[in-house]
Every structure is written in C-alpha cells, then in structure tokens.
Design a protein around this ligand. Structure first.
Ligand code: HEC
Ligand code: HEC
Length: 191
C-alpha cells in the first residue's frame, strides 16, 4: 500500500512539474478573479454552499483543478463553463492570486480524533501537508461527501483519492465529511 501510494504521488509530482510554467502574476489574477467572486469571493471564501473555499489552497492544486475542469477531466456544470476560455497563463495568474491569501483554522474538536486515513495528506486540522492535496478545513460537509463519492465512482478521477475512497462506506464518508466540515476557518485577504 505504501509503495503504491508513493508511486501514485511520484506520478502526480511529475505531472505537477510539467505544469510548472508559466509563472502566475497576482495582479492579473486579482483582475480575473472578478469572474469568480460571486461564488468564491475575492479572497476565496465560499459565497454559496456548493462552491468550495479556494483561498489559501496551494498554487499547484488550484492550477491542476482549473486545468482539469477546462480539459474535461473534472466536470461541473458551473466550473466547466467558467474555465472554457481560460489559457494557461490566466490559470496560473488565478492560482497565484487565490493561493496567496492566508487561511487559519479553529478546531471544534480534539485533533487527536481526526480520521487517521486522511491526516498524512490533509492534516488533523484540515490544512494540507502536501501541495498536491487541498485543504479540507471549513469545507461544507455535503461538498466533502459529494467529492468522496465522485472519487469512489471514478467520475472525478484521481490516482490517489480513488483507492482511499474505495475503502469507505457511505456512513464512513459521512463521518469524515462531518469531522472536517466542523472545523471553522478564516481567510485573510493578502493583496
Ligand atoms: C457560478 C459559480 C462559480 C463561479 C463563477 C466560479 N466557480 Fe469555481 N466552483 C464552483 C463550484 C460549484 C465548484 C465545485 C465543483 C464540484 O462540485 O466539483 C467550484 C470549484 C472550483 C475549484 C476546485 C476547488 C477544490 O477544492 O477542488 C476551483 C479551483 C475553482 N472553482 C476556481 C474558480 C475560479 C478561479 C473561478 C473564476 C475564474 C471560479 N472558480 C468561478 C462555482 C463557481
Ligand atoms: C496520500 C495522500 C492522501 C490521503 C491519505 C487522502 N487524501 Fe484526499 N486528496 C489527496 C489529493 C492529492 C487530492 C487531490 C485529488 C485531485 O487531484 O483531484 C485529494 C482530494 C480530496 C478531496 C477533494 C477536496 C476538494 O476540495 O475538492 C477530498 C474531499 C478528500 N481528498 C478527502 C479525503 C479524506 C476524507 C481522506 C481520508 C479518508 C483523504 N482524502 C485521504 C490526497 C490524499
């Protein structure tokens, strides 16, 4: 299992490396973020339950997801339309803007109770420990639940999350979604 995971992570890191250019420009990203603010806010704090928080995610993760929506590897009614006309430079600019904000977490439960299958990558407080993984802190529990089921069914492909989600029953998915969903976050705008 360990070997498989590091293999999958190795593949992801390589893919991340291939996406490393162009370099994002935050000022340009801020302007483009006008197209995102109704749903994600200008600082990346979600404005509606179905839209996740994106402020303070890693640049690597934001870039990978925007590219996946644009190229059809991840599908969502809203995001597929939003990303359709973004070029690689604009994606890099948006990633630089949103990744630059500062996220802080307030725990509502003892961190030692965090789901142990998740903490190596997503942290006990829901802040990522690797740049390829998203923060889960403060995310809506229904959003987390939906994404885990999408990884399990394969409708959202991920070499890393598919085997993790395959091990989980609906009830376990609900429990981990509730754990991370219960943490509170604040996102500080960094200009
Ligand atoms: C009309 C609302 C809407 C707008 C506008 C919108 N988004 Fe989204 N965004 C969503 C929703 C809904 C999701 C969740 C998709 C899913 O369920 O898979 C999402 C998901 C994302 C994700 C994936 C986050 C994660 O944790 O995996 C990123 C990154 C993102 N949006 C960035 C942007 C950017 C950048 C813009 C502007 C260019 C934008 N979005 C505009 C609604 C929107
Ligand atoms: C080995 C590292 C690793 C482990 C362990 C892991 N994850 Fe992930 N997780 C990731 C990566 C990488 C992604 C991004 C997948 C992609 O490329 O779309 C991710 C994505 C997610 C997402 C999507 C969030 C979003 O913003 O769209 C959820 C939800 C999630 N993981 C929950 C969990 C839960 C719950 C566990 C434990 C049961 C877990 N993960 C265990 C690495 C991991």
């Amino acid at each position: 299992m360990r070997g498989m995971l590091s293999l999958a992570l190795g593949g992801l890191l390589l893919a991340g490396g291939a996406l490393a250019d162009p370099v994002g420009n935050r000022a340009d990203g801020r302007k483009l973020a006008g197209q995102c603010r109704t749903c994600h806010g200008l600082d990346g704090k979600s404005q509606m339950p179905v839209a996740p928080n994106i402020g303070g995610e890693s640049e690597t993760y934001i870039r990978a997801q925007l590219t996946a929506f644009r190229d059809g590897r991840r599908v969502n009614e809203m995001m597929t339309i939003v990303t359709r006309n973004l070029n690689d430079q604009q994606i890099a600019d948006l990633a630089a803007w949103y990744a630059g904000h500062r996220i802080t977490v307030t725990m509502t439960a003892d961190p030692t109770g965090a789901p142990e299958q998740c903490v190596t990558c997503h942290g006990a407080d829901g802040i990522r420990l690797i740049d390829e993984a998203p923060n889960l802190a403060g995310e809506n529990n229904i959003y987390i639940d939906t994404q885990l089921k999408a990884f399990r069914s394969g409708s959202r492909p991920s070499e890393i999350m598919a085997p993790v989600a395959a091990e989980l029953t609906d009830a376990q998915i609900r429990a981990v979604a509730d754990w991370y969903g219960a943490t509170q976050i604040a996102i500080e705008t960094v200009e």
